[in-house]
Design a binder for this molecule. Structure first.
Ligand code: CA
Length: 250
């Protein structure tokens, strides 16, 4: 008999210790949708962009996908939803002078049955913890990552670069956007992590892995611990974290 998988999700977004405003935005729906966006453009712009992204994606997928429940048919609606969010933000920026130039990263996951469909634009990330091992599933759309991909720099050298945050793709800055979409088969015990660079700039993958493994039975605690860890290292940016734990139905 096929095992039914259950989802337990929890998220937190925190202003950090040095910014006055939180330009990140998160949203989740226990039915199986998580979205996290890291806006840019300053107060009254970055937070507008990130909220528009979360709202547009949530609205687009709520109406279309949960009724059909066919995993194979998830890639197109997910791509369409992220593209639609891009269009909404670009249009808003074009018609509101205070929002000119705003944009946002996005990472999202749609969990249906035994599969999740993941999408991302920018340098927010998705990781998976499976059998205690953490793996980054997304590749940053950043200048730094492109230099690593093209062999101009090693991962170790990149750790020493001061400005890690120049991104090469974002929602809202052009009429069209290229969206990276992938699908993963879920296993009982998997934990998916979506996060903004406010976490990953301050906490290494090893630090993230230890933190989640220490609180593996309590993802709300793990979420708080990750945010606390970034703040204990200076909290120089807004910090957002969503965890999704996959379990077998009892
Ligand atoms: Ca950020």
């Amino acid at each position: 008999m096929k095992t039914t998988l259950t989802l337990h999700m929890f998220g937190q977004t925190d202003v950090g210790l040095s910014r006055e405003h939180n330009e990140d935005c998160i949203g989740w729906d226990d039915k199986g949708l998580v979205v996290l966006a890291d806006g840019m453009g300053g107060h009254n712009a970055g937070e507008v962009a990130s909220k528009l992204a979360v709202d547009a994606i949530t609205e687009a997928l709520n109406t279309s996908i949960f009724n059909q429940k066919k995993v194979d048919e998830s890639v197109e609606p997910v791509t369409t939803a992220v593209s639609e969010a891009n269009r909404v933000i670009f249009e808003h920026a074009s018609t509101h002078i205070q929002c000119a130039g705003m944009g946002t990263t996005v990472v999202m996951g749609l969990f249906i049955g035994d599969t999740c469909t993941l999408a991302h634009v920018g340098d927010s990330r998705i990781y998976r913890l499976r059998d205690t091992k953490l793996e980054q599933l997304t590749s940053d759309h950043s200048l730094l990552q492109e230099m690593i991909n093209e062999g101009h720099m090693t991962r170790e050298e990149a750790d020493d670069v001061v400005n890690k945050n120049l991104i090469t793709r974002a929602l809202g800055i052009a009429p069209e956007v290229e969206v990276d979409v992938q699908q993963q088969v879920l296993q009982d015990g998997d934990i998916y992590l979506l996060c903004s660079d406010g976490l990953t700039d301050l906490v290494t993958d090893e630090g993230i892995s230890i933190c989640i493994n220490e609180s593996i039975t309590d993802i709300e605690h793990a979420t708080n611990a990750l945010v606390g860890l970034a703040n204990s290292r200076g909290g120089s940016d807004n910090i957002s974290v969503i965890l999704v734990k996959v379990g077998a139905a009892k």
